[in-house]
Design a protein around this ligand. Sequence first.
Ligand code: DGJ
Length: 732
Amino acid sequence: MITWNAEQQVFHLHNPLISYVIGIEHQRFLVHCYWGKRVTAFHPFHDYPKLDRSSFSPTPAHWQDRTFSLDTVLQEYPGHGAGDYREPAYEVRYADGHQVSNLHYVSHQILTGKPHLEGLPATWVETPDEADTLIITLADPVTHLQVELSYTVFRCLPVITRSARIINQSDKPLRLLRALSCSIDFPDSDYQQIQFPGAWARERSLHRQPLNPGITVLDSKRGASSTHQQPFIGLVRPETTEMQGEAWALHLVYSGNFTARTEVDAYRQTRVMLGINPHGFGWQLQAGESFQTPEVVMAWSESGLNGLSQVLHRLYRDNLVRGQHRHLVRPILANNWESTYFNFNEEKLLRFARNAKQLGVELLMLDDGWFGKREDDTSSLGDWFVNQQKFPNGLRPLIDQVHRLEMKFGLWFEPEMISRRSELFAQHPDWVLNAGDQPLSQGRNQYILDLGRPEVRNNILTQMCAFLEQHPIDYIKWDMNRNMTEVGSTTASPERQQETAHRYILGLYELLDALTTRFPHILFECCAGGGGRFDPGMLHYMAQAWVSDNTDAASRVHIQYSTSLLYPPIMQCAHVSEVPNHQMGRSTSMGMRGAVAMSGNYGLMLDLMRKDTERDEAVCKQIAFYKQHRELLQFGTFWRLVSPWENADFAAWMFVSQDRSEALLMAFSLVSQASAPHRLVRLAGLDADVIYQIDNQPQQIGGDELMYRGMYIDPPLSRDYVSRIWHLKRLP
Ligand code: DGJ
């Protein structure tokens, strides 16, 4: 619901769970009043401190009241140059060279439903009664800059989404230097910030730190959301835990460069901002043209981090991913990468597929190396036709035989890239991102196609469509293995070069939109050298993503634990791989590898060319177990119980079915201890009034006892890298 109180000049966006309140102060200035637990009525201006600080916090022009300054007031979309010295949400350079803007409230509109964002991924609603949208128009009476701020409140989730459209209503061109998606001024700074720094094969580690005075910037300048950070800001109160306390999340639905900033000002107020990174960004707006920012998802919970995650999981499963796969059970796949790397042919893969089938696998996923003249990573990206050396009869015979085995067939593509040694590069050397005469930096022996150019993305689209028309492919792993350098475009004019990185992302989205619309039956897996573009933008088009190139189960306990803060298990691809592990050299038990893989979409990255009776029997059992509980694992509610980030030796989590009649508890021993302390784990999400039976044992225990008192991990997990799974079932 959205209400407008004309007398008080207040917008109240609310549902039974949350309130978000915006005011118009002095008929002009858009101020932020409140975001949090639902309040019935809000009196915005009655007690905000009115203090004269006008020496160094100026009052707006023609203003008599020295107690009002943009430098101190809580705002919704602040600018720079007219009294606010904090970080601005937008910056514009006008034709006369000035950079001062003054946005004033002009009008607003309240709509049911949620309009699409043209050309950008965003959350969406199936029917208009799921959400309401407020669009507030601001304008600068001098420069004729106009901004439309969109706010959507979901009716059944504690979620608001925001974006901004910036319009040049003047008759001269202007240059956007910064166009963030949102800014919110929190009234205090008693928060801790949550962030996910990382690197290749070490994605999304979990960090929590107090907010400090001044500006903190988390960002990506890599041309991708990256393995190094998430386009995200999390704020919690110091006392917030996994199970209780307030938590706020801001998550950008975007896959390119971003900035996530917090600024604690002199009066201990906190400005929080998220959007496209202004670094390297500029956008020309001719008279009448507009620029649409990506969307920010803003979630709130008073039930701790688990509560916040469950809100995001539900939103992303139901209202972010599009297409027919969103609510479908995901197949068990076997991927050949770590068993063959580039070295395979039809005969080998058929052996792989037959063995996989015997284990219960449902999809063969053929990874990198099937196309052009690809024998290693030095060639053929851009040449999306079958490698004649490896497949003299084409790929069709292999695909058909896999289908005859009643398995699906998946294929790897890296459509955004081009190898110097490729036919495409020979024909179009200028199609790569480049900065004129600057030499091109190498990244895995490949360059990046300039997807902002229509002819470039059309070539890739045409090649892929032709291939997919001729080959019945059920699954695509869409990879991306390097970050941008020499960011520029051969065809862009000098004043538009700084649009290249964002135009690339818009081109990528257009390509994904075209492919997923034309081939709706194909399930896409998002990959970027692991989880290098695991972001809500990509997940709009692709229902699942490869969490990390690190397939070591012990590392994955950490990575998947923190990934689950934002994304549901059904979006996380996780595979059982060989030991010693190829990335970490570590040996973990088969049970632990299985439990970790089942905590995402289970797959295999085992060497299935090789028969290994003991291993195969274990995998067979695992797959049978997974199939029995797959719906609970993929669609149940996920609860983090014990964090590996806080305990060096142990972690636990659980899945609870929607009706709470069933649950799976998983515990992982990372490093065993001599004379280990007792491990009592308190369960969560069960029905307190229900009696559960554990693993079909005669003993029956109440949900309340399991949650409030807990359950001993007994016998203790007394080896490194082992795990246990318990099945809980409600008694009839
Ligand atoms: C990086 C991916 O993350 C791997 O799983 C594999 O697909 C390779 N690329 C192939 O080049």
